[in-house]
Design a protein around this ligand. Structure first.
Ligand SMILES: [Zn+2]
Length: 483
């Protein structure tokens, strides 16, 4: 991005709601046993309603409304007491009815916001609307033909549409992670991006810096990882900037991201929204929400990430950065709470989680729940460090082994020889030996040359094979100087 242009980015996030059954029929949306609908035999998870047989009638799943309402309230939205389902007409093989049931001019939620943390700065991104809709089926392409699998058709979705308030790929990534954090925190979505539970379209345009007019936008469709969203947006910004700089015009179109080549490619020129010919769904009544229903959902909301973050800073003395990283994911915050509940101090636990652990999660692209590390590991490790039995360097090593093997922390520390020697008798013996072997330096240290304290500590550490507790060694050497 050059100095004379700026990017304008808005995100549309499709989030599958974690309800037992689909939005308009009783087919499972989350089959028992933790399998996803895509793992079931093709079209095994369908009925006349979600397969779009003529005359089949939809019945709204109350739980889906509950979940969507939770999202809307947590994101500070206005809730429309009356919201209306609409038919969004388009022809595609994975949509057998010829329309998708969605919401148009009366969505469930409007005008929300989500605060994102960029370093120590907080910025508010406005949310235009959250509407409910049904997921479509899936086209499965092979060399010869295209098959259609409707197992996913009718799984409830919310679409969360932001205003074009984002300016960089990094900011978009931060917003997306925060949103993902909220929906998993609320327990309304599994948020598994590989499974398509949580997917994102990015609207990207570029304009001369300071211009009030929006540039022509391209929509990058269906990107399924945080990193790919950031990369796709970055590529799109540089592509459009190059076109504008050479005097060309950006075309309004839908693009896809090709992660292998790290580029966006044109899929089709953009259909305008009115081409969908939305009209009210005649088979569903407008949904009337009572004030009591809304209040009941509001009361049941958990403490939200932003509130939790503030509390961690105020009550536990964590830095805003650490508190921000911890509360960015329901998994991480639960891991933190469980570790602290086992008796470890909050600050060092937070340091490990936002440092060493976050780095490993990032490198491997996994969630904390998928790692072998447990709260028990981390609690024991933090307590060993605080008791002076393991050095901070040794702790990193022990954590690495626990990460790889999942073995008990005490076993790791002993087997890897990471336990610091804090036995005074043994330490004294080493100090005496080093002291006797270096009479010249001993005399200088006695005469006030404090720099030599480091020399003696180093010698004793060497003698102990790195296992002596350095704080205790220094104490013993000081005693020697004054004796
Ligand atoms: Zn069905």
């Amino acid at each position: 991005m050059s100095a004379e242009f700026e990017a304008v980015i808005g995100l549309e996030v499709h989030c599958q709601l974690a309800t037992d059954s689909k939005i308009f029929c009783s087919c499972p949306a989350r089959p028992p046993g933790g399998v996803s609908v895509s793992e079931l035999p093709p079209n095994a998870n369908t009925c006349p309603v979600c397969a779009g047989h003529p005359g089949a009638l939809p019945v709204l799943n109350r739980k889906a409304v509950d979940h969507a309402l939770r999202a809307g309230l947590a994101l500070g939205c206005q809730i429309n007491r009356t919201h209306v389902f609409a038919r969004k007409n388009y022809f595609y093989p994975d949509l057998p009815k010829g329309y998708q049931i969605s919401q148009y001019d009366r969505p469930l939620c409007e005008d929300g916001r989500l605060a994102i943390q960029a370093g120590d700065q907080s910025r508010e991104i406005r949310i235009q609307r959250i509407h409910m809709e049904e997921d479509a089926g899936k086209s499965v392409h092979s060399a010869q033909s295209t098959a259609v699998n409707l197992n996913r058709a009718g799984v409830p979705l919310i679409e969360i549409v932001s205003h074009p308030d984002l300016r960089t790929a990094e900011e978009a990534g931060t917003y997306l992670r925060a949103l993902h954090g909220i929906v998993t925190w609320l327990g309304i979505s599994d948020g598994n991006m590989q499974e398509g539970n949580f997917r994102c379209d990015a609207n990207v345009s570029v304009r001369p810096k300071g211009s009030p007019v929006l540039g022509t936008r391209a929509e990058v469709k269906n990107v399924n990882s945080f990193r790919f969203v950031e990369k796709a947006i970055e590529h799109e910004i540089s592509r459009q900037t190059a076109i504008l700089r050479s005097g060309g015009k950006v075309l309004q179109e839908t693009r896809g991201y090709d992660p292998d080549r790290d580029v966006t490619v044109s899929l089709r020129s953009k259909e305008e929204a009115q081409d969908y010919r939305y009209f009210p769904e005649p088979d569903l009544l407008p949904v009337e929400l009572s004030e009591a229903w809304i209040e009941e959902v509001r009361r049941a909301l958990p403490e939200l990430p932003a509130q939790r973050r503030a509390r961690y800073v105020a009550e536990l003395g964590l830095s805003p950065y650490d508190a921000g990283v911890l509360t960015s994911s329901a998994g991480l915050v639960e891991f933190f709470e469980r570790t602290v509940a086992l008796g470890a101090s909050a600050k060092p636990v937070a340091n490990f989680l936002t440092g060493e652990v976050a780095r490993r999660l990032n490198d491997e692209g996994i969630e904390i729940g998928q790692s072998r590390l447990t709260p028990t590991h981390l609690a024991e490790l933090v307590m060993l460090v605080q008791a002076g039995q393991v050095s901070s360097t040794g702790a990193k090593q022990a954590l690495g082994v626990a990460w790889q093997t999942g073995h008990a922390m005490a076993t790791i520390v002993d087997r890897e020889g990471l336990r610091q020697v804090s036995d005074l008798g043994e330490l004294e013996r080493w100090v005496d030996e080093v002291w006797a072997a270096n009479p010249g330096q001993a005399a200088e240290l006695r005469s006030g040359k404090d720099k030599l304290l480091g020399f003696f500590t180093g010698q004793v550490m060497k003698k102990s094979g790195g296992k002596a507790n350095p704080a205790l060694i220094q104490e013993l050497i000081r005693k020697k100087v004054t004796s």
